[in-house]
Write a protein that binds this ligand. Sequence first.
Ligand code: 5GP
Length: 212
Amino acid sequence: MAEKGILVVVSGFSGAGKGTLMKRLMEKYDNYALSVSATTRAPRPGEEHGREYFFHTKQEFEELILQDALIEYAQYVENYYGTPKAYVEKQLNAGKDVILEIEIQGALKVKKKLPDTLLLFVTPPTAGELKNRLVNRGTETMEVIESRLRRASEEAQGMSEYDYILINDQIEECVDKMHAIIQSQHEAVKNRRDFIEKITEEIAVFEKGEEE
Ligand code: 5GP
């Protein structure tokens, strides 16, 4: 049986460059599956249903909650966002490392439910840079930008709950670092229980003495 994949949560302030980072990670390395979330927020120009998000009405989203089809869900700046369960389970079982790009409330819920999850937090090097990136993206109104900056200040309180902090200064460097951190988890004891059990049993034979 293939070794199960690692579940990785990537969070970060809105404007930290997570989208670009995820895109580069997928382009550069095999073996990752990026989970596509469900949301009630409106698509931005260029976004497609099933690619960036599954866009739903509030009623449809509430139906998904009732059906227990989501690993977690959270409200973020007046919209619902949630992680579909079926895709994640399928990819993990196929040995893929699955990435959830979700905000902090959801991240902590996933960690509680599935404690072996690896939590990564992406941040720009400075607060000034964070504001610049949000303004320069030009996809949100000033009002939305301000509520996202307020939200960032709340999220900063939760950074220490994460396993690793990634400072996104040079994108390529950050992508390579993220890949190295995730791959190192395959060697973590908690992810090698099957191997440990197998070799322990095999070695136990030596205790009985080698056969002539
Ligand atoms: P955006 O509207 O900029 O695409 O996303 C807003 C926030 O929602 C981001 O911090 C993003 O990581 C988060 N998010 C996206 N999908 C999910 C999800 O499935 N669950 C949770 N909890 N947060 C999500």
